[in-house]
Design a binder for this molecule. Sequence first.
Ligand code: PMV
Length: 357
Amino acid sequence: MTEQDFILNTYNNNIEKGSVKWSSPSNIALVKYWGKKEHQIPENPSISFTLSDCKTITEVIYTKKESKDFSFDVYFEGEKNEAFKPKIQTFFERIEMYMPFLRNYHFRIETSNTFPHSSGIASSASGMSALALCLMSVEEDLGVDYADDYFNQKASFLARLGSGSACRSVEGELVVWGKNESTESSDLYGVKFEGEVHKNFKNYQDTILLVDKGEKQVSSTVGHKLMFGHPFAKERFAQAHENLAKLKTILASGDLNEFVKVVESEALTLHAMMMTSMPYFILMKPNTLEIINKIWKFREQNNSNVCFTLDAGANVHVLYPENEKETVLNFIKKELTQYCQNGHYICDEIGLGANRI
Ligand code: PMV
């Protein structure tokens, strides 16, 4: 598939109005995407677990209008929201050539998250994928007959243009994005990981510890740009390819020991890149480090396979197999919630992807 394959020119139906609704999950990268080229093309491949409960639910109500400027209103959790508009405006501009109906309708976009608003959890992956999926369903209403595979590909392709990592949220349970030698892949959209997955990874758990619920200190747009001319960029991008290859083998063998090593090393490398860029920054907080040290101690003392990963922020994703659910949750409640803002954390697990509602 190339970018040209996603271009559409005409629609069969001339519909006055309608509405579509999707729920789409967040995802957590195991091999991290950090650094991009023009047009949201990643510098390196990434792979993520799709989550199950951390979702955005978006309804798009569309009404025919004269074809002029883009016209839309955004309602977040029932209230009109101006703050999201610029990002959606940019998104519409980027995808217009692939969705030529956009100027012909006014859109009322009603969106809400299943996770608390100010949790510091990136909602761009779930939010942008939910919106992309809604727009795909509008195209279907307009008479475009999409086969399932192509529908998901184009939805992911569009979501990528909203927020890179959003392209990994359309499907589950594991999604790869970015050309690489080890798996079926594309730079343009996420591809469901079709390799063998050992039963150890079934219903894998992710408990998100909310260490810092504040606004992001550094936007990911700025963050990705800092990989331009970064002294370790070349090595980092090569390492992501190696780690993806390793992870493919690990996913098949079920070797949790090796899984922990790759996942934690990826998280720390992401933050190492931030600490060694110019300007440099530290997104971990003292409590992030307290949690990491406690996880390491618990793992050693209990012969556990619990591990952590991080996004571009201070919150910690605690990953563990389903058969350790009880013991790890007890440990989290007893020893880790003290480091969370207001004791808050969210329990989630690996999920199957977006759903039309
Ligand atoms: O999708 P963006 O541009 O917000 O980038 C997200 C990057 C990380 O979350 C730090 C890593 C990843 O692969 O999800």
